[in-house]
Write a protein that binds this ligand. Structure first.
Ligand SMILES: Cc1cc2nc3c(=O)[nH]c(=O)nc-3n(C[C@H](O)[C@H](O)[C@H](O)COP(=O)(O)O)c2cc1C
Length: 330
């Protein structure tokens, strides 16, 4: 209860003044837009940063020219800090890293591989590095190697997932980390789930699916509608047999993948690159990977990024009162 009490007091007085993620990233609220390959572009990123969170460009398998342009466009739309999510399997990863360094982006999030060889370059350029990892062990390794913070992502998340749940990852990682703050991702989408993450020990939260269903997100309206309509029964993990499980809302494509798996297909029959680079902002809704997390089951309204962030912050601010009632009663 103490953690929630502290959040609520800070929220009502001086919002998150002492929060470690806010201090590290120089942002108002410890709420981060998870980088999403090709989806989190200048409009969405700047909307989150302008609302007091941290927007993150998702470079995925996009070419370096795309990243350079999105960084420049984002700068035109916000004066606030923002980051880039670097997908380490991108064959042009070194060129992308060069752009991040040349453009002096505030912070880089890494995913899909081992970021350690890139640490010295970012550190020499004064760019903060926050790896996204699926286990407490890797989070600790990142801390020992000089990361500025870590994101632990639970298997509730949308897109490529690990095997651990957010509920176990947060406290177990928190226990191992000695010096750097912890960001939690996977299954966080509203005030209640955010409060739970903070209570479990997170210093900040990262959301993907909730921001997919925002006004500023450029995915097609039919994709957003699928998110609003989905229940947890519609959200599946597919492609386990490839070694790269993917959480999606089921559609024709996911059913086809399931049939392939049942027929004993080899992993090589599915090209991982095709999933990351799929143009999910357009195209037939039945034929694209409808990546989304279990959060989709709880999302029922499209709001602007500012409304989403305000909704969560207001919930955290109000929780003090209910917590006091709870502790008085029991
Ligand atoms: C459509 C989609 C694409 C994603 N692409 C990436 C990516 O390129 N790199 C990455 O590190 N994480 C990626 N993620 C994960 C998000 O950054 C975020 O951590 C995750 O969505 C959090 O869980 P949630 O979906 O429950 O909010 C993606 C997630 C989704 C839903």
């Amino acid at each position: 209860m103490l953690v929630i009490f502290t959040i609520a007091q800070n929220t009502s007085k001086n919002m998150f003044e002492k929060n470690k993620i806010c201090q590290l990233l120089n942002i108002k609220y410890p709420i981060i837009l998870g980088g999403m390959a090709g989806i989190t572009e200048a409009n969405l990123v700047s909307a989150v940063s302008n609302a007091g969170g941290l927007g993150v460009i998702g470079s995925g398998l996009m070419p370096p020219s795309w990243l350079e342009e999105e960084i420049k466009k984002t700068r035109e739309k916000t004066k606030n800090p923002f980051g880039v999510n670097l997908y380490l399997q991108n064959p042009k990863v070194q060129d992308l890293a060069k752009i991040i360094i040349e453009e002096k982006v505030d912070v880089v999030f890494t995913g899909g591989g081992n970021p350690l060889p890139l640490f010295p370059y970012f550190q020499a350029a004064g760019i903060k590095v926050i790896p996204v990892v699926p286990s407490p062990r890797l989070a600790k390794k990142m801390e020992d190697s000089g990361a500025d913070a870590v994101v632990v992502e639970g298997m509730e998340a949308g897109g490529h997932i690990g095997e651990n749940t957010t509920f176990c990852l947060i406290p177990q990682t928190k226990k191992l980390l000695k010096n750097i703050p912890l960001i939690a991702a996977g299954g966080i989408y509203d005030g209640r789930t955010a409060a739970a993450a903070f209570l479990l020990g997170a210093d900040g939260i990262q959301m993907g699916t909730r921001f997919l269903a925002s006004k500023e997100c450029q995915i097609q309206e039919s994709y957003k509608k699928k998110i609003l309509e989905a229940t947890t029964d519609d959200i599946k993990v597919v492609l386990r047999f490839t070694g790269h499980p993917l959480r999606v809302i089921k559609n024709q494509l996911s059913e086809e993948w399931q049939k392939l798996e049942e027929k004993g297909a080899f992993p090589e029959e599915i090209k991982a690159e095709k999933i990351v680079s799929a143009k999910i902002t357009a195209g037939d809704i039945e034929k694209i990977p409808l990546m989304a997390g279990l959060s989709a089951g709880g999302i029922s309204e499209i709001k602007s990024c500012q409304e989403i962030i305000e909704e969560i912050v207001n919930y955290l601010a109000n929780i003090h009162e209910s917590t006091t009632n709870f502790t008085n009663k029991y």
